[in-house]
Ligand binder design. Structure first.
Ligand SMILES: Cc1cc2nc3c(=O)[nH]c(=O)nc-3n(C[C@H](O)[C@H](O)[C@H](O)COP(=O)(O)OP(=O)(O)OC[C@H]3O[C@@H](n4cnc5c(N)ncnc54)[C@H](O)[C@@H]3O)c2cc1C
Length: 339
């Protein structure tokens, strides 16, 4: 067996491993091709005084230009039908698998349930971290269990849905970022498929003669492609700000001024507003600041026009937050993680 130190890649270039294409290097990189490597990795890092961070597909991060530690990339693969219950098919997937490939594969296996989450970039292991969601669905809807390496105890632990503490773009893994490495994810896909067509753009499929998980997936792909800039051509990290969930009284003046503003009533006298709408109404769609800017196609998307670093993105994000706060009194929060 090779010594861990021999597997560390020095001065690891991550510029092509983050969808914002930020200039980013790490003192060391490591491809983690199996869970057995993790205890050795963390022992080595502790002994050398090096921090470790986990990276999947780099589609939800704003990377620092120089990380003085080890960046561990999950490169574990495999997916299988792991069993069934009376109502569900259980699918087990390794962290390094690509999320969208999983969506396509489940449909090929004859299972629906995650078609609304098609084309979300990144890995399966990162999906629980922010409880990925789109088109009226989220991972938590079909989540069964996951296994993770616990850096604190040095053991592999199993999480059920409650233990994950899923919320809107949130989970225990996001709350405790340096503790767990997600290894495998199990989904419970319903045997009796029910289409989820409540979201704008999908409802007209309800009367389609050929309605199936595949037709819904195809529609989601078409909608996403028409709305979002392709990160391969225009580097970006998807939605850059979370939709703010605010008390009714904070939303009321906005809705009085703009009765058509998107708003979604929530529990506990709160209202979800659209961050993209707030940014667009603040006049920032297409705004540029140095090498970064707000997409001309979608006000929620920060794009790298070329040569940007983390500080450029942070400065733009601060400008957007200040502008929206001054105009509407609403505080926005970034969705990607600054690593
Ligand atoms: C064009 C575009 C569109 C997007 N659309 C959506 C969308 O519709 N809905 C949505 O929810 N998100 C969306 N995103 C965000 C992103 O795709 C998801 O958050 C995705 O789950 C990130 O996966 P990743 O592998 O790239 O994670 P990374 O960006 O590599 O990492 C994200 C975080 O997860 C941690 N992490 C990664 N892997 C593991 C692991 N195995 N164990 C523990 N922690 C881990 C990292 O340390 C980091 O903190 C979009 C992004 C882009 C670029």
């Amino acid at each position: 067996m090779t010594n861990l130190a021999d597997r560390l890649i020095p001065d690891f270039d991550l510029s092509a491993r983050n969808t914002l294409a930020l200039r980013a290097r790490s003192r060391f990189g490591l491809l983690v091709d199996g869970p057995d490597l993790l205890p050795e990795l963390f022992e080595h890092a502790t002994a050398q005084g090096l921090p470790v961070r986990i990276l999947g597909g780099g589609s939800n991060v704003v990377l620092a230009p120089n990380f003085d530690g080890i960046t561990a990339l999950l490169a574990t693969f495999g997916r299988k039908i792991a069993g069934e219950t009376a109502d569900h098919t259980l699918i087990e997937v390794a962290s390094g698998e690509t999320w969208h490939d999983l969506v396509v594969w489940t449909i090929e296996q004859g299972s629906g349930g995650i078609e609304n989450l098609a084309l979300i970039p990144g890995t399966v292991g990162a999906a629980p971290v922010q409880n990925i969601g789109a088109y009226g669905a989220e991972l938590a809807d079909v989540f069964h269990t996951l296994t993770a390496f616990d850096r604190q105890s040095g053991s592999i632990v199993t999480f059920d849905r409650t233990a994950c503490a899923f919320a809107y773009r949130d989970s225990v893994f996001k709350q405790q970022p340096d503790r767990y490495v997600v290894l495998t994810v199990r989904l419970a896909l319903p045997k009796a498929w029910q289409p989820n067509l409540g979201f704008a753009g999908l409802s007209e499929l309800a009367d389609a003669a050929d309605l199936s998980p595949r037709t819904v997936m195809d529609r989601v792909i078409a909608l996403r492609t028409s709305k979002l800039p392709d990160w391969r051509l225009t580097p970006n990290a998807g939605s850059f700000f979370q939709n703010p969930i605010v008390p009714h009284e904070a939303a009321a003046p906005i809705l009085a001024e703009f009765p058509a503003a998107p708003n979604y009533p929530q529990a506990n006298d709160r209202t979800k507003l659209s961050a993209g709408w707030l940014i667009e109404q603040s006049g920032l769609k297409g705004f540029r600041m140095g090498p970064v800017g707000i997409s001309e196609r979608h006000a929620l998307v920060v794009v790298n026009h070329g040569g940007a670093e983390q500080a450029d993105v942070a400065a733009l994000a601060d400008h957007v937050k200040d502008t929206v706060l001054n105009r509407f009194g609403i505080a926005l929060h970034e969705e990607p993680i600054f690593l």
